[in-house]
Design a binder for this molecule. Structure first.
Ligand code: KIV
Length: 259
């Protein structure tokens, strides 16, 4: 399969559903890529899912680059996008450009994902002009959790749905190659997917999006604590891990390994 570019991802809109997953290491990226996913996101969800933090707030640019480089070393045909972590998008343009430049130059990733609405559209347009492909992220923005006080669904009221549509249109105009919409009312997601020309990838946003993304440890049944209600488990990897570790421990203790 040829390497998927942002151009190829854009062209998938209206052709077939786009499949995206997260990965934070080369091993997982290899399996996801073997399965033929279209996009691998090195998400800052790595903070809570893999690194034991409460949320994505403590995740730094250094951490993102370290894990993104590992994913890229798997040499996936899937497009690799990397989250710009907490706070980074709110500095002056020069610093945001330097952070994005670091992500694409140092890790070899194909694109950057940035949480934010119409307020960051002018900055995204400048990044686009500088040659940084950006994946927009609206609806629930987990980096806002301290300000919001909780994770909540977006777009259920006419006001919220209207402001999400304005955000989506502003980001499209700024040149994002795709939009991610998280924890969003299904009708609102349907309307946005119908109005914008770029693919809308949903998570907890219902079936009317142009594609879906899930956090890999959630869909594999590996996440040991909180899993959002919209997640479907497509495997029970936790059971296999438990079985494997227990069998190894027993084999060592009973002197059956090494033979
Ligand atoms: O960091 C992440 O994993 C995300 C999800 C919404 C896919 O942004």
């Amino acid at each position: 399969m040829p390497k998927l570019t942002t151009h190829a991802i854009r062209k998938l809109k209206g052709q077939r559903p786009i499949v995206a997953v997260t990965a934070y290491d080369a091993l997982t990226a290899r399996y996801a890529n073997e399965a033929g996913v279209d996009i691998i996101l090195v998400g800052d969800s790595m903070g809570n899912v893999m690194l034991g933090f409460e949320n994505t707030v403590p995740v730094t640019l250094d951490m993102m680059c370290h894990h993104a480089a590992a994913v890229v070393r798997a040499r996936p045909e899937a497009l690799v996008a990397v989250d710009l972590p907490f706070g980074e998008a709110h500095y002056c343009f020069d610093r945001v450009l330097a952070s994005c430049q670091r992500i694409v130059q140092e890790t070899g990733a194909d694109a950057v994902k940035i949480e934010g609405g119409a307020e960051i559209a002018p900055m995204l347009e400048k990044l686009n002009n500088a040659g940084i492909p950006v994946w927009g992220h609206i609806g629930l923005r987990p980096q806002q959790v301290l300000a919001l006080g909780r994770y909540k669904k977006f777009g259920a009221t006419p006001d919220e749905a209207g402001s999400m549509l304005s955000d989506a249109l502003a980001l499209e105009k700024a040149g994002v190659f795709a939009l991610l919409i998280e924890m969003t009312d299904h009708e609102c997601a349907r309307k946005i997917a119908g109005e914008v020309s770029v693919p809308v990838i949903g998570i907890g946003a219902g079936p009317h999006c142009d594609g879906q993304i899930l956090v890999s440890p959630d869909l594999l049944g590996l996440t040991s604590d909180y899993v959002p209600a919209f997640v479907q488990k497509f495997a029970d990897a936790a059971a296999e891990y438990r079985k494997g570790f227990a069998a190894y421990a027993a084999a060592v203790r009973e002197r059956r390994f090494p033979e």
